[in-house]
Design a protein around this ligand. Sequence first.
Ligand code: NCD
Ligand code: ZN
Ligand code: ZN
Length: 348
Amino acid sequence: MVDSLTLTRPDDWHLHLRDGVALRAVLPHTARQFARAIVMPNLQPPVTTTALALAYKRRIVEAAPDGARFEPLMTLYLTDRTAPDEIRRAREAGIVAVKLYPAGATTNSDAGVTDIRKTFAALEAMQREGLRLLVHGEVTDPAVDVFDREAVFIERVLDPLRRDFPALKVVFEHITTQDAAQYVAAAGANLAATITAHHLLYNRNALFKGGLRPHWYCLPVLKRETHRQALLRAATSGSPKFFLGTDSAPHAAHLKEQACGCAGCYTALAALELYAQAFDEAGALDRLEGFASFFGADFYGLPRNADRIVLKRETWTLPEALPFGEHVLAPLAGGETLSWRFAGEATS
Ligand code: NCD
Ligand code: ZN
Ligand code: ZN
């Protein structure tokens, strides 16, 4: 049995850091484990311009713990009115990607895209400038069952979009279904996907275990076991099209536990431990490094990290609550026992 794992330091290719006191509460958790993260732009108001993204980046860098070598990779929030000029400015400023939220699909997506055709000039500019398009891939049509929204998005939006912009590099974020895993695997090299730890570890039964479990509620919602198995196969396949993106999405505990609870799971505190658990259970620990540390950097055309980190086999219990400004943050699986523990930078 392997008791220790040494990996090239990983990156998180899908992360919500929020702002202000929330940012200061969560950033140390990510900066401890990861070298870089793709920072989602769904603030209020959303990060729709290069100027807003650069100001947000400064706030993140200022909030980082002393001595942290964490690099935030910034994104723009796509709207019906994003101008091609803004895309050029973004590329010149080192912004790496633009995020498509269908309006109303998820947390802070009200300013998102109402009709993909309204973004064609921006997509054309992104294809030209080499900016990645990141998609929250769910349709918002209320007539479509919530468990089918990702699969329907592929046929209604994603597949036509990829035909219209064949040279655009696209990341299908936080995939949750066998349909998405198969679609990405079969597509050309310009399409990749991120997979969260929670979608690898849990199926939708987790939402109802002994009662309603709001801390397991995220979007896209957890799916049935056949889908979880397909995601595990994709993540552990060794295919460079699938890589780590936690979608760690903090909300104060009381906002998840109320009558209409917020979507988003907080996993950044033990992100690598959760992924290690999933890969270990699948007998694929040897595939974790490619998924966590290589394939994302390769897809973004960025160098792989040079330093290495260590995970040790050790049982420990996740805390049930963390400070979150004047509120409390409840990490996913708080109170449960994990079998791997992050042990910091490798010494040799
Ligand atoms: C995310 C959030 O809270 O910002 N929530 C979630 O359930 N995943 C938004 C998102 O990634 O869709
Ligand atoms: Zn999303
Ligand atoms: Zn997200």
